[in-house]
Design a protein around this ligand. Structure first.
Ligand SMILES: NC(=O)c1ccc[n+]([C@@H]2O[C@H](COP(=O)([O-])OP(=O)(O)OC[C@H]3O[C@@H](n4cnc5c(N)ncnc54)[C@H](OP(=O)(O)O)[C@@H]3O)[C@@H](O)[C@H]2O)c1
Length: 272
């Protein structure tokens, strides 16, 4: 079967919740899901960007729901679940994609920034997941997908809290998979490499300002469109752990096999 047709068969009429859907990878995931005929729940802070996107795609009202949510704040995710169910009656897939990055030496990073990264990247992610679990368990099916990062398996200079949040996710998801598999709920992690989005530009500095500089690695990285395609393909193939990106996705294996050499090379590369 042609790949596109296979993807369409998999996603058509499925209710898919996509967090972080106002820009970058999440926005592209939404675009492709719409082409496959899925019903989409878009979540992020920037409501205008999401509205403009569904308008541009000509999505019919019955095929989408926009939820303006700020994951750095306390959210009643049970109420969010009920809102989704009152529109679509059920949920098939949760793609936990929302995330923020940080760019600073740990010795120059204040606690507020550390906590904000964990709130958005880790706590909101698992709290949303847990609120959907009773529904998935009742239906004896559901897919939970965490968009992690290759930085969920290695450390690099200037990104300590971000790496920590992704390591935490990986640990939680790899554990949660055991807890849920007998109940029919599937858990997957997709780890992108360096993807061309504005995440680094929007990174927080150690004092909570906007970093406002792109990363060279990301500028040369895979497009968000190709990344979204890879993510959706891996979800449809029910891959439990996968990578999307270029050669940099080999970094975790390289670091595991040659830790000293990896450390030396990363120091050279980052000129520290
Ligand atoms: N780009 C890469 O190289 C790369 C590599 C590995 C992993 N990833 C992961 O991929 C995911 C998507 O990142 P991206 O590169 O596409 O970056 P992006 O373009 O900056 O998108 C991040 C998304 O998260 C949302 N978000 C940020 N703060 C939020 C908050 N407080 N509440 C709710 N939503 C919030 C943003 O929406 P609002 O601002 O509208 O709230 C936006 O839609 C992230 O989890 C990131 O860690 C990216």
């Amino acid at each position: 079967m042609h790949e596109r047709e296979g993807m369409r068969n998999f996603y058509k009429d499925k209710v898919v919740v996509v967090t972080g859907s106002s820009s970058g990878i999440g926005r592209e995931i939404v675009e492709q899901l719409a082409n496959y005929g899925a019903k989409i729940v878009l979540c992020a802070r920037n409501q205008e960007a999401m509205q403009e996107h569904v308008r541009r795609m000509n999505l019919a009202d019955e095929n989408y729901l926009i939820l303006a949510l700020d994951f750095s704040q306390a959210i009643d995710f049970n109420a969010v679940r009920e809102k989704i169910l009152s529109k679509f009656n059920h949920i098939d897939i949760l793609i936990n994609n929302a995330g923020i990055a940080q760019k600073s030496l740990v010795q120059e990073t204040n606690e507020e920034v550390e906590r904000r990264i964990m709130e958005v990247n880790y706590f909101a992610n698992i709290n949303f997941t847990k609120a959907l679990l009773p529904h998935f368990i009742d239906r004896k099916k559901g897919q939970i997908v965490g968009i992690s990062s290759i930085l969920g398996e290695i450390g690099l200079p200037f990104v300590g809290p971000y790496c920590a949040s992704k390591h935490a996710l990986n640990g939680y998801y790899n554990s949660m998979r055991y807890d849920l598999e007998k109940l029919g709920v599937e858990v997957a992690i997709v780890s992108p490499g360096f993807i061309k989005t504005e995440i680094t530009k929007k990174s927080l500095t150690g004092s909570g300002e906007i970093h406002d500089k792109d990363s060279v690695a990301q500028e040369k990285g895979m497009s968000a469109k190709d990344c979204a395609q890879g993510i959706l393909k891996n979800i449809s193939k029910k891959k439990r752990q996968s990578y999307v990106g270029g050669l940099e996705t080999l970094m975790p294996k390289f670091a595991f096999l040659f830790p000293r050499l990896f450390h030396f090379l990363m120091r050279k590369l980052h000129k520290i």
